[in-house]
Design a protein around this ligand. Structure first.
Ligand SMILES: [Zn+2]
Length: 228
C-alpha cells in the first residue's frame, strides 16, 4: 500500500512537470494541433451549412466557364457534345474546353461558375479527378446542374452558395495528370450524381437517352445569356 502511494505520487509529479513544460503534447498520439502543411485547395471556403438549407439565388443568366464571360480565347477543341469518345466508349456528354495556344497554356487557369447556384459536390473521383457540380435554379422553375471536371484545384465546398463568374477552381489534367490540360464541362438537365456517365453495364447509352440528361453546354449557355 505504501509502495503504491509512492508510485502514484511520483507519477503525479512527473505529469505535472510535463504539463508545466508543455512536453505532454508531444507524448500524445494525436494532439490535434495543426501540422503546418500547405493549405488545401478548399481552405478558406465556408464549411457546408449544417442548419436549414440556404436560399439558393435564382439564376440571372449563364456565362461561359473559362476565359471572359463569352469564353474569349478558348474553344471546344477536344471532344464536343455527343462526339463519340473512343477513350470512354460512350457519347461524350459534355464539352472539352481548351485555351488557344500552347497545349499547356490552360493548366491552372481559372474556371468560373456559369451562373448563380449552390455547390452540390466538390471532391475527387478516380475517373475524372477533381470535380465541382453546381445546382442552378432558373426563374422559370427548372433546375439544371453544371459540372466541371479534371480540375487542378477546387476553391469551393459542398453547400456553398456561388455567384455567376465566381472562380470555383482551376483547369487541371485529371487524376494522376492523365490528360493534357482541359476543362471537361457538362450541363445536366435531369439529376445524375457527380459520377453519372452515359453507360450502363459497359454499354453506351444511345444519343437520345444522353439528351434526356444532358444539354449541349454551349447552346444552353447561348440560349440563357444574362440581360445586358
Ligand atoms: Zn471530356
Amino acid at each position: 500500500m505504501r509502495y503504491h502511494f509512492q508510485y502514484c505520487q511520483a507519477a503525479a509529479v512527473i505529469i505535472t512537470a510535463l504539463l508545466l513544460t508543455g512536453c505532454v503534447f508531444s507524448l500524445l498520439p494525436d494532439s490535434g494541433l495543426p501540422s503546418g502543411g500547405e493549405p488545401g485547395p478548399d481552405s478558406g471556403s465556408a464549411p457546408p451549412p449544417s442548419g436549414p438549407e440556404l436560399v439558393v439565388p435564382l439564376t440571372d443568366g449563364f456565362d461561359f466557364p473559362v476565359g471572359d464571360q463569352n469564353g474569349k480565347g478558348w474553344g471546344v477543341t477536344g471532344y464536343g457534345f455527343l462526339d463519340w469518345s473512343s477513350y470512354s466508349g460512350t457519347w461524350h456528354p459534355g464539352e472539352d474546353w481548351n485555351m488557344y495556344g500552347s497545349p499547356l497554356a490552360d493548366w491552372g487557369q481559372p474556371v468560373y461558375s456559369v451562373a448563380h447556384g449552390i455547390v452540390r459536390f466538390s471532391g475527387f473521383n478516380t475517373a475524372q479527378g477533381n470535380i465541382v457540380m453546381i445546382e442552378h435554379h432558373l426563374p422559370d422553375g427548372r433546375t439544371v446542374w453544371s459540372q466541371y471536371a479534371h480540375l487542378e484545384q477546387r476553391w469551393v465546398a459542398e453547400g456553398e452558395i456561388v455567384g455567376r463568374r465566381q472562380i470555383i477552381g482551376t483547369v487541371g489534367r485529371g487524376p494522376n495528370n492523365r490528360f493534357s490540360p482541359h476543362l471537361h464541362f457538362e450541363i445536366k438537365i435531369k439529376y445524375l450524381p457527380q459520377n453519372g456517365w452515359p453507360r450502363t453495364n459497359g454499354q453506351a447509352w444511345p444519343k437520345a437517352k444522353v439528351r434526356e440528361y444532358w444539354a449541349h453546354p454551349s447552346e444552353f449557355i447561348k440560349a440563357h445569356r444574362p440581360a445586358k
